[in-house]
Ligand binder design. Structure first.
Ligand code: AMP
Ligand code: TRP
Length: 336
């Protein structure tokens, strides 16, 4: 039986935080033996907000190396860079022309990011979810493992795929496969260390709000020491304690303990006792990733070879889908 296909991606904007890891990449690693996987570094998405050309290439390497360091295994998975496979931009254009504008204007992430950009909102930022739909649909992905914040983009992708199939496909021969989001409950939404009601985010101006995968033990210690807590004695997963929920949740995921086990262990603790435990758990989880990351980054020849092979494998799949779409839309296609 052929394996089902998984596709996902992360933007090369700064380095990854534990929200990206626990919400997305850790799940990719767990799923990979059972699927045929494509993981891309979505560098075209990275320029939908103002970006720094001097760091884009390096950030792209960083994310690819972090995929490998976190445990993405080339035996099961293909790693590639979005801009290396031109079919992504091309399909995005075709999808642009069949997607109603008001579908995009409804996107929560667009509204949130647009507010931050003021007068400078690019057309690309509005178009971001279409490019994401192209990423997914080009690979006939069955499952798309992402964090909770991407759910709406996945729904849009499904709507676009259904619309294209309805408009242009023969009934028994759909053009696109309809993908499903794969959102694990645990870790799907890691909150900011500075405010337990806000998502941990790469774009938060405060470094103290997030733990990056490449933070040193001292950084981690400092950030957890300074993180926001509440003045209530005894720690538990109460709905009205956002910071407590988040930190206990993190501790549970990082140590592999269940909610019940964490509750039992921490219910009589104060923050002074809990914070060093969380610090140790975080350092223990990140140290092996960091060691592997340094090794991979020191060998750019290897990393280049991974990305070159990834590009070829991705192109083989993507170009077939693109051709199918162009045929269905009526383009003149010359078989070369
Ligand atoms: P991005 O950094 O926006 O490219 O996100 C990459 C992946 O990380 C996506 O699957 C997101 O859903 C996921 N993600 C981002 N922030 C968080 C968070 N705070 N908690 C859980 N998952 C997240
Ligand atoms: N929009 C996603 C995010 O910010 C990144 C992304 C781009 C993506 N293309 C994708 C995720 C395709 C999954 C599949 O997290």
């Amino acid at each position: 039986m052929t394996k089902k296909r998984v596709l996902s991606g992360v933007q090369p904007t700064g380095n990854l935080h534990i929200g990206n890891y626990l919400g997305a990449i850790r799940n990719w690693v767990e799923l990979q033996p059972d699927y045929d996987n494509f993981f891309c570094v979505v560098d075209l998405h990275a320029i939908t907000v103002p970006h720094n050309p001097a760091t884009l290439a390096r950030d792209t390497y960083t994310i690819a190396a972090l995929y490998l360091a976190c445990g993405i295994d080339l035996k099961y998975s293909t790693i590639f860079v979005q801009s290396h496979v031109t079919a992504h931009s091309e399909l995005a254009w075709l999808l642009n022309c069949v997607t109603p504008l008001n579908w995009l204007e409804r996107m929560i992430q667009f509204k949130e990011k647009a507010v931050k950009q003021g007068e400078n909102v690019s057309v690309g930022l509005l178009d971001y979810p279409i490019l994401m739909a192209a990423d997914i649909l080009l690979y006939d992905a069955d499952q798309v493992p992402v964090g909770e914040d991407q759910k709406q983009h996945l729904e849009l992708t499904r709507d676009i795929a259904i619309r294209v199939n309805d408009k242009f496909a023969a009934e028994d021969k759909p053009i696109f496969k309809i993908p499903d989001p794969l959102i694990r409950k645990e870790g799907a939404r890691i909150m900011s260390l500075a405010d337990g009601t806000k998502k941990m985010s790469k774009s938060d101006p405060s470094e103290l709000s997030r733990i990056s995968l490449l933070d040193t033990p001292d950084d981690i210690k400092k950030k957890i020491k300074k993180c926001k807590t509440d003045p209530i004695m005894g720690l538990n997963f109460a709905d009205d304690r956002p910071e407590c929920n988040n930190l206990l949740g993190l501790y549970g995921i990082l140590t592999g303990k269940s909610k019940e086990e964490v509750t039992l262990e921490c219910s009589d603790m104060g923050w002074g006792k809990f914070k060093p435990l969380l610090t140790d758990a975080t350092i223990n989880a990140l140290t092996p990733i960091q060691t592997k990351y340094q090794e991979i980054m020191a060998d750019k020849t290897y990393l280049d070879s991974v990305l070159k092979e990834g590009k070829e494998k991705a192109e083989n799949v993507a170009n077939i889908t693109l051709k199918r779409v162009k045929n269905a839309l009526g383009y003149l296609v010359i078989n070369s």
